[in-house]
Design a protein around this ligand. Structure first.
Ligand code: NAP
Ligand code: MG
Length: 502
């Protein structure tokens, strides 16, 4: 039965709000729930079950039971289920887009154009990958055959943040499943709804019970216990650097494999020879898409001093023209931040900027419009920092907040770009081919975009270096992350001299 909320936002199917364990939607053993809110007006969408440690134990046990059959199922069969899921995601695209926009504040236009298609593409890519990822035969000494088996790790724990819940769960679950692992996944407590819908579609696609278990819950409780759990062989985590470090510590008990996608402070470098119109538009997308709540956001806008004024003359009015509004409105270009707490955190950085002598060039406050007053909105904000070492040029704000820095030559650009503890993604805009590839080589990051920004594709490795974490999602690298290699030695026809001749 759908309720008023579902009817209001155009959902045809009931919102799922329970834990998904062993193929069933169930309440938390403790009976605990927590409201999930619509960040447009902070109204309650649903009361969602919150997993405790006992629920995690049940989920791990279910995933352990499901593992032998799932891991030994022919890879092509596993792939077929993922391909079916991709089709079901497309068949339910509008439902998923609306649910994601409702829970996160993503403009519906983005959920439709990006989040949902990218999610389907990810399951489809890894569905196709399942039976194409293979071991190797290694040339070794005479008389021996040596080959490798790529084996799934076992039960994997996955912990996901709130900024792209639908997409990020696909980036984690698709390769893990293709490789034959079973899963205990915790979405962010404030955005659990789309992953529960995916659980429903997975069941429809024929995923056996227990293979995927989805547990909304608190990071400090369910997340921490997943990281500690002795029955979990690997943890894949996306979130803040501080929490990532806690996950590493918690994982030590049973020496889990760990994969971390953490924060970033992306440099977006515009050289004096760049196509200015393209760079202005690309830079706005780089920071303002998803309200800046992206680990790869181009949050440090680095301008060559010769073109800085001309660039800002176009960039500031463009930022100010972005249409803020209810995410469910099809014309909205920027929605609210995903929570009131986060809105406050982002706005606090405006005071940090002022205290450091930064110049506020645009935004820096919630919009004046009365219909947005109850929501978590922040205007597109542009700050010119007094130094690249300022907090606003070093710390991840994770909002529609861009810090402008200028540089005088390539050497200084590189020094500033690499002058952060993070190393996730960076972009550069130039017509000079040599410079473009030199920077691609010299930037200390996991991803570089040349004359573009923020491109992602299921085939292209995604991840960072330094305090941005380790391991890669997507592509063949993701399959390596979710498997362990076993080396098998066979004596084919070797006559081995006895070690202990008697
Ligand atoms: P967060 O606080 O680190 O939370 C991420 C997830 O970890 C949430 O599900 C959270 O649960 C859970 N968690 C919290 N404490 C935990 C613990 N002790 N043990 C295990 N799990 C725990 O990050 P966030 O503020 O939600 O997300 C924003 C951050 O994610 C940013 O720093 C951003 O850069 C980063 N990010 C990185 C990437 C990437 O690919 N590199 C992508 C997107 C975002 P709760 O929901 O209960 O807090
Ligand atoms: Mg919400």
């Amino acid at each position: 039965m759908t309720t008023d909320i579902e009817a209001t936002v155009g959902l045809r199917t009931p919102i799922r709000h329970q834990l998904f364990i062993d193929g069933q939607f169930v309440g938390a053993l403790s009976g605990e729930t927590q409201p999930t809110l619509n960040p447009h007006d902070n109204s309650v969408i649903a009361h969602v079950a919150m997993a405790g440690r006992a629920d995690v134990d049940l989920a791990v046990a279910a995933a352990q039971r499901a593992f032998p059959a799932w891991s030994r199922m022919p890879a092509a069969e596993r792939g077929r289920i993922l391909l079916k899921l991709a089709d079901l995601i497309e068949a339910n695209a509008e439902e998923l887009a609306r649910l994601e926009s409702l829970d996160t504040g993503h403009p519906l236009r983005d959920s439709r154009m990006l989040d949902v298609p990218r999610t389907a593409a990810c399951y489809r890519y890894f569905g196709g990958m399942a039976d194409k990822f293979q071991g190797e035969t290694i040339p070794v000494e005479a008389g021996f055959l040596n080959y490798t088996l790529r084996e799934p790790v076992g039960v994997v724990g996955q912990v996901v943040p709130w900024n792209f819940p639908l997409m990020f769960t696909s980036w984690k679950m698709a390769p893990a499943l293709a490789a034959g692992n079973t899963i205990v996944m915790k979405p962010a407590e404030i955005t659990p709804l789309s992953s529960l819908k995916i659980a429903e579609l997975m069941a429809q696609a024929g995923m056996p019970a227990g293979v995927v278990n989805i547990l909304p819950g608190l990071g400090s409780v369910a997340g921490q216990y997943i990281a500690e759990h002795p029955g979990i062989a690997k943890i894949a985590f996306t979130g803040s650097t501080a929490t990532g470090k806690r996950v590493v510590q918690a994982s030590a008990g049973n020496l889990k494999k760990v994969q971390l996608e953490l924060g970033g402070k992306g440099a977006n470098i515009v050289f004096e020879d760049a196509n200015l119109a393209a760079a202005v538009n690309g830079a706005a997308w780089a920071i303002f898409h998803n309200q800046g709540q992206a680990c790869i956001a181009g949050s440090r806008l680095m301008l060559h001093e010769k073109i800085a004024d001309a660039f800002l003359e176009k960039f500031i009015p463009l930022a100010q023209s972005i249409r803020l509004g209810n995410p469910m409105d099809e014309t909205t270009e920027m929605g609210p931040l995903t929570s009131a707490l986060h809105q406050q955190r982002v706005l606090a950085y405006v005071d940090v900027a002022r205290s450091e002598g930064g110049e506020l060039l645009a935004g820096g406050k919630p919009p004046a419009a009365a219909d947005l007053a109850k929501g978590c909105y922040v205007e597109p904000t542009i700050v010119r920092a007094s130094s690249w070492q300022d907090r606003v040029a070093q710390e991840e704000v994770f909002g529609p907040f861009v810090t402008v820095l200028t540089f005088k030559d390539d050497a200084q650009a590189l020094q500033i770009a690499n002058g952060t503890d993070y190393g996730l993604g960076s972009g550069l805009w130039t017509a000079n081919l040599q410079r473009a590839h030199r920077f691609a080589r010299d930037l200390q990051v996991g991803m570089v975009w040349i004359n573009s920004y923020k491109r992602v594709n299921p085939g292209s490795p995604f991840g960072g270096v330094g305090q941005s974490g380790y391991g890669r999602e997507m592509g063949f690298d993701a399959m390596r992350e979710y498997t362990q290699v076993k080396s098998v030695w066979v004596n084919v026809d070797a006559q081995i001299a006895p070690h202990y001749p008697r």
